[in-house]
Design a protein around this ligand. Structure first.
Ligand code: CAA
Length: 246
């Protein structure tokens, strides 16, 4: 049976690597892109040229109704979602004293409300079919906090609270819900941090002495989506080069 995997925010950064990995493993892969993404068709075409037949659907993950409409479209066009990877996220880094309400709201809506908004529309189907995987992408900074990220750290910590509670509720239907907490990975989100902050404050905190690779995160997602991971639920798996251990 070919399972359907939906990756939010799959057209860049971690999401793209996750789409590629799941596709290579035989999943039918669907990704969402935000209404502000003007390069979606271009991305889909470039992936097509590389041999990946991804389907893309526009979706504002911060909006409940947009997520509902997106899942309806995906279900009709591709089939019911078996694996949901809640990956879409943004940063609006600044010290708390500079942070406005709009900066708080944007990050909480996109990074935390989105997890509710997407999961709500797929979970009943997973429970009925008695198989499902919800994989929530959190962050090392949700575990330990980060200078300049009160909004992001709060949202990402909230994601794992959601994971633990939902994992309890869906376990009997063999639907697993897990969090992964990547550290600093070599994507635009990280490489756009000012170089002097990266060099002086961040890299020295990573015992492995380098940024992670998107493919390393994708490998972990693939494991959690697999049959072998059926006994893993409610977990928060760190993948951060040793930056934070607990
Ligand atoms: N730890 C301790 N002190 C820090 C610091 C840090 N990580 N970062 C900045 N500071 C210090 C600065 O050295 C400066 O000190 P002085 O006044 O003594 O010189 C002071 O804080 C204020 O710094 P700035 O003037 O740079 O303040 P700013 O408001 O202009 O910028 C900032 C603050 C935007 C948060 C900037 O420091 C920054 O971009 N930091 C990186 C934040 C970060 O790690 N984001 C993660 C993005 S990647 C991601 O989120 C993915 C993931 O999941 C891991």
């Amino acid at each position: 049976m070919t399972r359907v995997a939906l990756v939010t925010g799959g057209m860049g950064g971690l999401g793209e690597a996750i789409c590629i990995k799941l596709s290579a493993l035989g999943y039918r892969v669907v990704t969402t892109y935000s209404p502000s993404n003007t390069k979606a068709e271009e991305w889909l075409q470039s992936m097509q040229n590389m041999g990946y037949g991804f389907k893309g659907f526009q979706c504002d993950v911060s909006d409940f109704d947009s997520c509902g409409a997106c899942i309806d479209e995906v279900t009709k066009a591709v089939g019911p979602v078996d694996v949901l990877v809640n990956n879409a996220g943004i940063t609006r880094d600044m010290t708390f004293r500079k942070m406005g309400k709009a900066d708080w709201d944007a990050v909480l809506r996109t990074n935390l409300d989105s997890v509710f908004n997407m999961t709500k529309h797929v979970i009943e189907g997973m429970i009925e079919r008695r198989w499902g995987r919800v994989i929530n992408v959190s962050s090392v900074n949700g575990q330990k906090g980060a200078f300049g990220q009160t909004n992001y750290s709060a949202a990402k910590a909230g994601v794992h609270g959601f994971t633990k509670a939902l994992a309890l509720e869906t376990a009997r239907a063999s639907v697993t819900v897990n969090t992964i907490s990547p550290g600093y990975i070599g994507t635009k989100m990280v490489t756009s941090i000012p170089q002097e902050i990266l060099d002086s404050k961040i890299l020295p905190q990573i015992p492995l002495g380098r940024l992670g690779k998107p493919e390393e995160i994708a490998g972990l997602v693939a494991y959690l989506a697999s049959e072998e991971a059926a006994f893993v639920t409610g977990a928060n798996i760190s993948i951060n080069g040793g930056q934070h251990m607990y």
